[in-house]
Design a protein around this ligand. Structure first.
Ligand code: ATP
Length: 238
């Protein structure tokens, strides 16, 4: 496999009972690309991303992260992936710094190293001043930056972001976009989902359009925008 292929999805299928959520999709994402994963609600984006993040297993097909087999040996790829979920899970009664410390303990940092890394992540995401604020007191945008910070703790090569801009006000969206740009400039490979094309087209060089569990387009954003205007899919909002 080409060593620049960071995410390789090959013939991946996933069903829930009789529902075929993901119907044998294939695509490659290369080092340093920022790729948008666009599709209507229920298209199968989260299911696909969760499989790439090794949080769910495909029924069929292969997934490789930086050349390592994510299906047969998920532990071999977890350190390479940063997963940015669309919510916090059940950690609302922690402050930001406690929350980051809780997750940083899963990695191989010594005490001082861990503190330094948490500080770096808080500085990068603009959370240092808020570090003692409880998670349940954060705005949606601040919360999203905490999720991003959590995903960056182990400095992964690949970032998977599930609907990161959903529910953000324009300022928070701009801040998030700037952070994504910096991470892309640092060489991270970033895969971001949304059901709104304009949220992705400003930051992504490539788009993968999923409809009802199938990839209908993999290419430039402009081409997809044109298709959406011409009614290729009425489900994608421009
Ligand atoms: P959204 O933007 O609404 O999150 P999505 O494109 O991310 O949509 P998925 O969440 O992957 O889509 O869902 C794809 C389909 O699979 C949907 O019909 C959903 O209801 C179904 N689905 C997802 N997870 C499960 C599950 N754990 N059990 C049953 N059905 C599921």
């Amino acid at each position: 496999m080409n060593k620049d292929v960071m995410i390789s999805v090959r013939g991946v299928k996933r069903s829930f009972g009789k529902l075929e959520a993901v119907k044998g999709i294939s695509f490659d994402i290369h080092r340093g690309q920022v790729v948008g994963f666009i599709g209507a609600n229920g298209a199968g984006k989260t299911t696909t991303m969760r499989m790439i993040a090794t949080l769910e297993m495909p029924d069929e097909g292969d997934i490789y992260i930086c050349g390592s087999d994510a299906v047969d040996d998920p532990n071999s790829v977890r350190s390479k992936i940063g997963w940015v979920p669309d919510d916090f899970g059940r950690y609302q009664n922690m402050t930001i710094v406690e929350y980051l410390d809780f997750f940083a303990r899963a990695f191989d940092y010594q005490d001082q190293e861990r503190k330094n890394r948490i500080q770096e992540v808080m500085d990068f995401t603009g959370l240092t001043k808020l570090k003692d604020r409880f998670i349940d007191k954060l705005s949606k945008g601040q919360g999203q930056r905490v999720c991003l910070g959590r995903a960056l703790l182990h400095d992964p090569d690949v970032l998977l972001m599930d609907e990161p801009a959903a529910g953000l006000d324009p300022k928070a969206r701009m801040e998030l976009k700037n952070l994504i740009r910096i991470l892309a400039e640092e060489g991270k490979t970033i895969f971001i989902s949304s059901h709104i094309l304009s949220e992705l087209s400003e930051i992504c060089d490539t788009m993968i359009f999923l409809e009802q569990g199938e990839v209908l387009h993999h290419g430039g954003a402009e081409e997809l925008k044109r298709g959406a205007r011409e009614g290729v899919s009425v489900l994608v909002k421009i």
